[in-house]
Ligand binder design. Structure first.
Ligand SMILES: C[S@@+](CC[C@H](N)C(=O)[O-])C[C@H]1O[C@@H](n2cnc3c(N)ncnc32)[C@H](O)[C@@H]1O
Length: 228
């Protein structure tokens, strides 16, 4: 992988081949760009209560998201950037004979997932500490990858997607859920949203093809990708 510094002579450009570039931009961004998109700051664990807000299901229709995933009883699923585990336990109840990996980079998030796991007595959830560049998942081990509101804040999207592709089984699916960047009515900061065209461009660069954007959630894209 080639990492290019920001070059004021050539203007701020980036493509998957060129790698990352650097330029100060939005206050919610880290000044690092990938394919003309500025990467957002990671949401701190202090935002945990927002992730678990009671109105979340009505705002985001999580029930519909789970329907979209068509979870089978024996599925192995990995929730990447699992946060406080909002989706983790809902999926674990459906994949009763399977396994849900809950991957995050913040210890506080993983501790919260562990706390919920013990409180509920759930046995098919495995919290895992990831890094900014990779996931600690076995190769070819996962049927479904769920990324909710996290891809836009990967500080190393190229490396993360390479790692995720290795973990996914050849016939597996990646569910990329991002707040709709095309829709000004979605009350989320600009850098924490993505357009479908940007997401497709970046996923194609990572070797994934869009099977379908389910387009049935109130605020978010529900994009289903397959590995090439
Ligand atoms: C906005 S929160 C969303 C949490 C959860 N997906 C949800 O919707 O409730 C994003 C989470 O992704 C995590 N994260 C950011 N970069 C990550 C990476 N490279 N690998 C794993 N987790 C990451 C953050 O620590 C944070 O907990």
């Amino acid at each position: 992988m080639l990492i290019l510094p920001w070059n004021p002579c050539t203007g701020q450009t980036s493509s998957a081949k060129e790698g990352y570039s650097y330029q100060t931009g939005d206050r919610n961004g880290i000044g690092k760009w990938y394919m003309h998109r500025e990467i957002a700051h990671v949401m701190g664990h202090q935002g945990m209560r927002w992730l678990d807000r009671p109105e979340r299901d009505s705002e985001e229709n999580t029930t519909k998201l789970l329907d979209n995933m068509d979870i089978q009883i024996g599925d192995t699923i990995a929730d990447i950037g699992a946060g406080s585990g909002y989706h983790v336990f809902l999926m674990a109840d459906l994949a009763k004979k399977g396994l849900v990996y809950a991957v995050d980079i913040q210890d506080e998030m993983l501790a919260e997932i562990q706390r919920k796991k013990e409180k509920r007595g759930t046995t098919n959830v495995r919290p895992l500490k990831g890094s900014e560049k990779s996931v600690p998942l076995p190769e070819n081990s996962v049927d479904k990858l769920l990324l909710v509101d996290v891809y836009h804040e990967f500080s190393y999207p190229i490396e993360m997607m390479q790692s995720l592709k290795k973990a996914l089984r050849p016939n597996g699916k990646l569910f990329l859920i991002e707040y709709r960047g095309e829709d000004d009515r979605v009350p989320i900061k600009r850098l924490h949203k993505m357009t479908e065209s940007q997401a497709v461009k970046e996923m194609q660069a990572a070797g994934f093809t869009l099977e379908r954007n389910m387009d049935n959630l109130p605020w978010q894209h529900c994009m289903v990708f397959m590995p090439e």
